[in-house]
Design a protein around this ligand. Structure first.
Ligand code: SAH
Length: 350
């Protein structure tokens, strides 16, 4: 299962599994701890593992896949210090990671898939379809190598880059376990947000894991007519179903959901949309995060104007809904939603 390139994908193994591997290789268990430590601090070659004997390193190299992502492109925002990195993976595919500075710390926005199959009409990530899932180790490397590359210590993670995390469920859950592990990077679950377009069939499983992370739902419209138009996922899982599952998730986990709402001029930004949105989210005590749409060259949509946004915010807050308007960090470096990959890479599906 955790194979890569015909070998064991060592970066995706949990400490217990590494112990199993060491046992198979006739090694003492403490070697697993040493290897996990290296892999959790961003390690790209066997030679870096200086406390392992050369013979073991050679045996591991025979049996396991170990690669590090390389920087294909890096952009630094002159406006707010946002750094966007386009990584080249071992097989030539590319994904984006963004590091943003907030008052409370540095947040990394990571990708979970190469491409995406959800087909949202306003999003650049989905244009070439899904190429492949990222492994748990590749997601961990986005965090670790972003730290190395920027020199910034990461305190928060959002799974809001390229891809749909719940469409790569097992690998994403494993990544969370790896990054959260106390012998590893030890980053707290409460500092992690997972964003989904609404694959409701996975909500129960996610609640079962009983994680302390924040679930973000990309809503973008409170009614089926508008949502069907911009998010194909809604055609098979309508808004009623989505809110039913959000309610269940909230009641089972006690964790408040956050709703993302990209404001698109003339599409989802009328007072009627705002009133219906307020009615839907209020019973969940949920938070709404409004994002002025980022323009994507290949798409026809435009962001709502400041007037529409203000009117929208007023209706929500008057209805008692906790609302924020997201700052547009890195707007000078294409820092959203697959735009850098889109401009740099021609995928095979095009
Ligand atoms: N697939 C997941 C996570 C990736 S997208 C999801 O759908 O939630 C992260 C967020 O950016 C989502 O809310 C997505 O809808 C939003 N987004 C995509 N394209 C955008 C654009 N052009 N402008 C603003 N937000 C966008």
């Amino acid at each position: 299962m955790f194979a890569c390139n015909g070998k064991v994908d060592i970066k995706s193994l949990l400490p217990g599994e590494l112990e199993g591997l060491m046992k198979e290789m006739g090694q003492p268990a403490y070697r697993a701890g040493q290897i996990f430590h290296w892999l959790s601090s961003g390690c790209g070659s066997w030679d870096e593992m200086t406390n392992l004997p050369g013979t073991l390193r050679a045996a591991l190299a025979e049996r396991c896949h170990l690669a590090r992502p390389s920087v294909r492109k890096k952009q630094l925002s002159a406006l707010d210090g946002t750094v966007k990195i386009l990584w080249e993976l071992w097989d030539g595919n590319a994904v984006e990671t963004v590091v943003m500075e907030y008052r409370y710390g540095n947040t990394v926005c990571i990708s979970s898939q190469v491409g995406c199959r959800q087909g949202c009409a306003f999003c650049a990530s989905t244009i070439g379809g899904l190429v492949r899932n990222l492994s748990a180790g590749e997601m961990l490397d986005e965090v670790l190598f972003s730290e190395r590359e920027t020199g910034k210590r990461i305190s928060h993670i959002v799974l809001m880059g390229i891809g749909e995390p719940l469409d790569n469920f097992e690998n994403v859950m494993r990544f969370l376990e790896l990054v959260n592990h106390r012998n590893g990077r030890n980053l707290g679950m409460r500092h992690i947000s997972l964003s989904t377009c609404g694959l409701t069939e996975r909500f129960d499983e996610l609640a079962d894991r009983d994680l302390q992370l924040t679930l973000s739902v990309s809503l973008h419209a409170p009614d089926d007519e508008t949502r069907n138009r911009i998010m194909p996922v809604n055609r098979t899982r309508g808004v009623d179903e989505l809110f039913r599952k959000c309610g269940e998730y909230f009641h089972r986990t006690g964790r408040r959901i956050s709703f993302e709402y990209a404001m698109i001029r003339g599409v989802n930004d009328t007072p009627a949309h705002a009133r219906l949105l307020a009615k839907r989210v209020r019973p969940l005590g949920a938070h709404v995060n409004l994002i002025p749409l980022n323009h994507v060259d290949e798409r026809d949509f435009e962001p709502s104007g400041p007037e529409e946004i203000r009117r929208f915010v007023d209706i929500l807050t008057e209805s008692g809904v906790n609302t924020t308007v997201r700052r547009r960090l890195g707007s000078d470096v294409d820092a959203s939603c697959g735009q850098l990959r889109r401009k740099t890479v021609r995928t095979t599906t095009e």
